[in-house]
Design a protein around this ligand. Structure first.
Ligand code: OAD
Ligand code: ZN
Length: 244
């Protein structure tokens, strides 16, 4: 195992273009539940009842209550050591970009600047009718209404069956393809097109490091697989890097 960490640290040290690709697992140690797995959100809630446009139109107040509940929890949540180390590496020029599937903004809270949010951001809302988009200044108590046209505002996140923003997706693929080393942290890798990003990077020659206590859909393409929690593995890598 120790050898695998050394291999990963050496790859990071020698990388010309290091990119991180993250999922819900990087926020798990902050107390934010993941989607799949034992305590995952999708074991307690049915995605088709809260995470589709149809569900929202059927019962927007209900879907909003679910989002408000998640926002309440997130509001005071602090980033994990793994988030912080990624931000530190970006500041030092070691890491170029974070591509995340998370909507929790914890990467930015930790200080990361170059973050590509594939699935949107829970703190942004958009009108279902006009092009009005805004950032929430404070937690809504109930369903917000559009101040331009009066229609319903929805969270600016990607729901099941919805397309990702094509420009953001293109940007993420471009960064993925530019990377010679990609560090994949805390994702099951089963949601597409996001899950294709590390696989495409690999086929273009990138060295893939995966951190995940459980094997995932990414593990078969990982050059180094570190079966550990995000913060534990990242702290080890950080220490090793300073000794190389
Ligand atoms: P998942 O819930 O599918 O997977 C979370 C992954 O994190 C699993 O592989 C866990 O083993 C791993 N994990 C758990 N604790 C960890 C820890 N402490 N350190 C590192 N890894 C840990 O979450 P995502 O892969 O992010 O999409 O899910 C992808 C998408 O599915 C989400 O963005 C969301 C969801 O439906 C949308 O909302 C569109
Ligand atoms: Zn509107």
């Amino acid at each position: 195992m120790e050898e695998e960490y050394i291999k990963a640290a050496k790859a990071i040290k020698q990388a010309d273009y290091l990119v991180a690709f993250t999922g819900a697992g990087i926020s798990a140690e902050c107390g934010i539940p993941t989607f799949r797995g034992k305590d995952g959100l999708w074991t307690k809630f049915k995605p088709e009842e809260i995470a589709t446009y149809q569900a929202f139109i059927r019962n927007p107040e209900f879907v909003w209550q679910w989002y408000i509940m998640r926002m309440e929890k997130l509001k005071d949540t602090k980033p994990s050591e793994a988030h912080k180390i990624l931000a530190e590496w970006e500041k030092k020029g070691i890491l170029k970009t974070v591509i995340t599937q998370n909507v929790d903004e914890l990467h930015q809270k930790a200080g990361s600047k170059n973050v590509i949010e594939l699935h949107g951001n829970i703190w942004r809302i958009k009108c279902i009718y006009c092009d009005n988009k805004k950032r929430l200044k404070k937690l809504p108590k109930s369903m917000p209404r559009c101040d331009k046209c009066g229609n319903i505002m929805r969270p600016d996140v990607v729901w099941f069956g919805e397309a990702l923003d094509p420009l953001i997706l293109q940007l993420a693929f471009d960064e993925g393809l530019k990377s010679d080393v990609m560090i994949v942290i805390g994702t099951s890798g089963v949601v597409y097109p996001a899950g294709h990003i590390p696989v495409r990077a690999k086929t273009m020659g990138a060295f893939i490091i995966e951190i995940n206590p459980e094997e995932s859909a990414i593990t078969p393409v990982a050059d180094v697989y570190l079966a550990e929690k995000a913060s534990v593995a990242m702290k080890k890598l950080k220490n090793l890097l300073s000794s190389l």
